[in-house]
Ligand binder design. Sequence first.
Ligand code: 9MR
Length: 361
Amino acid sequence: MTVIARRTILAGLASLGVASLARTGHAAAATLKAAAQARGLIWGAAVQQTQLRDDAEFAALVAQQCSSFTPEWEMKWASMEARRGQRNFARADAMVAFAKQHGLGVRGHALVWHRSVPDWASANLTWDAVAAHVEAMLKRYGGAPFAQWDVLNEVIEPQDGRDDGLRNSPFLKALGPDYIARTLTLARATAPNTKLYVNEYSLDYDSTIERARRDKLLRLIDSLKKANAPLDGIGIQAHLRIDRTPFSAEALRKFLAELAGRNVKIAITELDVREQNLELPTDERDRIVAAEVKRYLDVVLDEPAVTGITAWGLSDRYSWRTTPEMIAKGRRNRGLPFDETLAPKPFRDTILAALERARPR
Ligand code: 9MR
């Protein structure tokens, strides 16, 4: 197990220093972590194990700014159990050790996801295989520091044409629509102390497809509640984008209220902004991104059922949106709170201000 030495982290923290934080006018002591914790909210980011292991400066920023993190891919089924019955716990264990060392929570991600089924399992997907995976993961990773788990990820797809709006995934095809309730029930029995979430994307904008996705998700919650399935919360991924899609604060506000009215909590789980196509000077791009995030967070943090916000990355140094081809052309997406040198951007200021304005939970 590889755990970054405490001394390395401290050195990283020292090198981040007061200078980068002072640049934005906020007190150096004002971290996103402190602002979130003071209001009973989670602020986190998706990170990868090798980033925590190999990049001391970045690891220090995570420890300093986050109250929680999400393993970006290490805990997905295909990564955990590429070969049947041989689970690779080492990477996830190292991340848990980092969390414990720095007093951080972890959002588990993601047990059942159609895009991360190991080849051996997808050849003949059975409930036994799914259940063995869910049980093995939650026995080991179901207690502290795992406060929340994305038990199911991206189960809605209106374009698949089913009346119930469920994605026609390998799980649905092999197990039928009640695989969702069954998985939640097993998760609760295995890990009674972690909050169980269904995580979904493209719920934010006022387009036909996103309206349909919201409606179908609400219907799924109704049916799960009717079946007495244990569901604690809905994860809204929040991969925002700067393009011509209209953003409607009113539609989002209404949707959040509808979720809360169904007695589920809400977590923003993968916040980032796609802006890489903007042909504008950097500071203008950063201002546009921050303005979109402000409009979004003003609505989100106004909803008392929201438990916190996790960004899909903390710094532009590491973003799933920046491909090697983009880097080769000297481009990066700038959709995260800190830039690639780990200096805070207007996005960070916006979150800090939004957290500071939020009502305590
Ligand atoms: O950002 C993640 C990337 O590093 C992984 O290669 C990929 C496959 O595991 O998953 C990405 O994360 C996705 C998340 O798990 C679910 N929502 C969409 C995210 C971006 O694709």
